[in-house]
Design a protein around this ligand. Structure first.
Ligand code: BGC
Length: 254
């Protein structure tokens, strides 16, 4: 099956058609810069622009940085607050005229890594963390991917992602050792509860794993994600029809 995968992020939306049997992009990815302040309506326009760019009429899988229940977006920690409660399935279906499925962005990345990347063939309990503007997470076990919100584990009265995301490292001006140490503390607290056998670290900063992995010192084996900045797109496409509800064009106008 060919699905257009779209990854919604705070600074850009990225998309490409994906061959779901191989996990390969069928065309170079198309990236459109946006801002974290973009409203749902503005974001829907960009999603439609990406679909038009590929002259797409088929299914679309979208990864979104928030809790997704059915087709509804429940949280939006780092994007516009107006996304909260919004029926994302309807919004993006109306904008594109295509069938759309929404998935949490980290769950999408986990799906891609387990099928085609660093977790390929591994059936044991795996924790995937994405370190970007926020911290995304998903648990994988015997082929099943469960979205999680471990970035919001309380830490000093706030969400942990305020301290251990890649954006937090930059904002706080921390050295790799300082940030890696704090990340290690956080990862070990997750390990105490979840006992993963494998931890996959994604997000742009995973390309620099040599700079900070040695400070984290987890109990489990920890590896960088393999699909790098394609994981979100590939995973969003793979997740089409898996998580959430598929919304058909023309159904239930908002
Ligand atoms: C959101 C998650 C998302 C993560 C990475 C967090 O702030 O709550 O749903 O997966 O950021 O984008």
């Amino acid at each position: 099956m060919k699905v257009l995968g779209i990854d919604i992020g705070g600074s850009a939306l990225k998309g490409a058609p994906v061959d779901c049997r191989t996990g390969r992009l069928l065309a170079p990815r198309f990236r459109v810069e946006t801002s974290p302040a973009a409203t749902p309506a503005a974001t829907a326009k960009v999603v439609a622009e990406i679909a038009r760019h590929f002259k797409w009429r088929g299914p679309i899988g979208i990864g979104f940085p928030g809790v997704i229940q059915g087709a509804r977006i429940r949280t939006s920690a780092n994007l516009h607050p107006r996304f909260i409660g919004c029926d994302g399935g309807k919004l993006f279906t109306r904008a594109t005229g295509c069938r759309v499925t929404l998935t949490n962005d980290a769950a999408a990345a986990a799906q891609a890594e387990m099928q085609f990347g660093a977790g390929r063939g591994f059936q044991g309990k795996t924790l995937l963390l994405t370190l970007g503007t926020g911290v995304g997470s998903a648990l994988c076990y015997r082929g099943l991917v469960v979205p999680a919100e471990l970035g919001h584990l309380p830490r000093r009265g706030k969400s942990a992602e305020r301290f251990v995301s890649s954006a937090a490292r930059k904002r706080r001006g921390l050295s790799w050792a300082e940030w890696g140490g704090e990340l290690g503390d956080y990862v070990r607290s997750l390990e105490q509860l979840l006992w993963p056998e494998l931890i996959i670290v994604g997000g742009g900063v995973s390309a620099k794993s040599r700079k900070f992995f040695r400070y984290v010192q987890p109990r489990a084996r920890m590896v960088p994600a393999k699909l790098r900045n394609e994981a979100g797109i590939v995973g969003a496409a793979l997740s089409f029809g898996r998580h959430g509800t598929r919304v058909r064009p023309g159904r239930g106008r908002a």
